[in-house]
Design a protein around this ligand. Structure first.
Ligand SMILES: Cc1cc2nc3c(=O)[nH]c(=O)nc-3n(C[C@H](O)[C@H](O)[C@H](O)COP(=O)(O)OP(=O)(O)OC[C@H]3O[C@@H](n4cnc5c(N)ncnc54)[C@H](O)[C@@H]3O)c2cc1C
Length: 419
């Protein structure tokens, strides 16, 4: 007999949010995360207005916003020494008209702590999933690296863009291709009264600078596979190239003194043709690896978790067979995934490939950006796509009323608080 109603592989945004919602509906859930904590630098730190709305629907927004965060209300592109506003979130039809910038470990910590109020929720860290368990043709749970087996009536693969479970389940995949990788590092910054997150287009270069108060989180976009050559050319050359690519960083590039400060993040853009098979559902990047373009992957991952819970959590909690419902989750989420990935691919092909791969030189502001300058109303379009996405989900999954004010003691071998 299955020990759990649901086992979720992966404690990222998709996995932890799904864990929270299914436990809230009364399902016995375990989330398995391979790392010992959530402290990893390479996670996007954006919590979008659509996610903030979901937290509001769950009654958690006030508590969430008590955690230290920054707020992005506008996005700016720097091209040919000009600043072009490209997105204005102030017109979004939601209460929180900003992207909250919060280290993702804090966001995940918050969701995990909230989930821990439900006695049917367990989060296990350092639990690396390496295999699927089968009951005939049906998936019946997962096998861990240490040989332990975790059996469940439903398995969710939320193990990100290098998902092992989607491979083990032999779910067919379409690779949309990604011509870029990202070098990811921090540089010091003076605190400014408003958040000045933006991107700088240079001569064959593009640098995204995420304003984190007293430091810039920088994403230096490079052609796929070029990182080894960049490293081989030495740190001096990298600093010089970076200062040329983003002159506003010239005074601080000297703080990069070791390649250990610069992480390579491999970018992929792909999508499963089928997100499920009996007993298993893939969500988030495991179903559709997102490019960092637009900074929207977390949004999609969370929306997938909400849709999965809306469709499956009630029936699963009532002991019903949810296999016939798995396809509905893909049907619901395929359209927004396609739209956003098509937009990301268009930016890869039309902007980043000519600029970063073929080293085009932008001597003047390209006309699409000029339109944002001339017609401010157009800035609402990227704001809407980034802030709310396409086909926004709302919480419809049931609340079984099990929430306890005090966080129950964790069962042996589980860890609720990631810190
Ligand atoms: C360079 C870069 C920058 C990005 N910046 C942003 C941004 O600013 N904003 C944004 O919205 N999106 C951004 N994205 C996209 C975003 O990171 C993803 O779309 C999002 O994290 C997907 O969430 P997820 O929960 O599906 O997967 P993940 O966040 O990848 O989480 C998967 C989790 O599963 C765990 N795991 C993996 N394998 C196993 C296993 N075998 N067993 C147990 N656990 C496992 C991992 O440790 C991880 O915690 C960026 C992507 C890249 C590449």
């Amino acid at each position: 007999m299955a020990e759990f109603d649901l086992v979720i592989a992966g404690g990222g945004p998709a996995g932890v949010m799904a864990g929270l919602l299914f436990a809230r509906a009364g399902c016995k859930v375990v989330v398995l995360e391979k790392h010992a904590d959530f402290f990893r630098d390479f996670r996007g730190d954006t919590v979008h207005p659509s996610t903030l709305e979901l937290l509001r629907e769950l009654g958690l927004l006030g508590e969430f916003l008590k955690r230290p965060h920054d707020e992005i209300r506008k996005l700016t592109a720097r091209v040919a020494d000009r600043e072009i506003p490209i997105a204005d979130l102030s017109h979004l039809p939601v209460a929180t008209k900003f992207v909250a910038l919060m280290p993702q470990w804090d966001f995940l910590d918050f969701l995990a702590q909230e989930a821990s109020h439900y006695p049917t929720f367990a989060l296990r860290m350092q639990a690396e999933v390496v295999d699927l368990l089968f009951d005939g043709d049906r998936i019946a749970g997962v096998g861990l690296k240490d040989g332990e087996e975790v059996r469940a009536r439903l398995t969710i693969a939320a193990d990100g863009r290098s998902s092992i479970l989607r491979e083990k389940a032999k779910l067919p995949k379409t690779d949309l291709g990604a011509p870029i990788d990202v070098l990811w590092f921090r540089l010091p910054k003076e605190k400014t009264p408003t958040n000045i997150t933006g991107g700088t287009f240079g001569a064959g270069t593009f640098v995204v600078e995420i304003d984190r108060g007293d430091y810039w989180q920088c994403a230096y976009v490079v052609p796929k596979g070029a990182a080894d050559d960049i490293r081989a050319a030495g740190l001096d050359k990298f600093r010089t190239d970076l200062a040329r690519a983003a002159p506003e960083l010239a005074t601080v590039v000297g703080t990069l003194t070791d390649w250990d400060q610069v992480k390579l993040l491999s970018v992929s853009l792909d999508r499963l043709d089928r997100w499920w098979r009996p007993g298993l559902l893939a969500i988030g990047d495991a179903a559709h690896a997102m490019s960092p373009v637009g900074g929207v992957g977390i949004n999609l991952a969370i929306q997938d978790a909400v849709a999965a819970a809306n469709i499956l959590a009630g029936p699963l909690a009532h002991g019903e067979d949810v296999d016939p419902l798995l396809a509905k989750v893909q049907q619901r989420r395929l359209f927004p995934t396609r739209v956003i990935q098509a937009a990301q691919k268009a930016v890869h092909d039309r902007v980043l490939t000519p600029l970063v791969v073929r080293k085009a030189v932008l001597s003047k502001v390209p006309w699409p950006l000029r339109l944002f300058e001339l017609f401010p109303v157009l800035r609402r379009i990227p704001a809407r796509l980034v802030g709310l996405g396409v086909r926004r989900e709302h919480i419809h999954s049931p609340d079984a009323g099990l929430r306890q004010a005090e966080i129950p003691r964790p069962p042996r071998g589980s860890s609720r608080s990631p810190r």
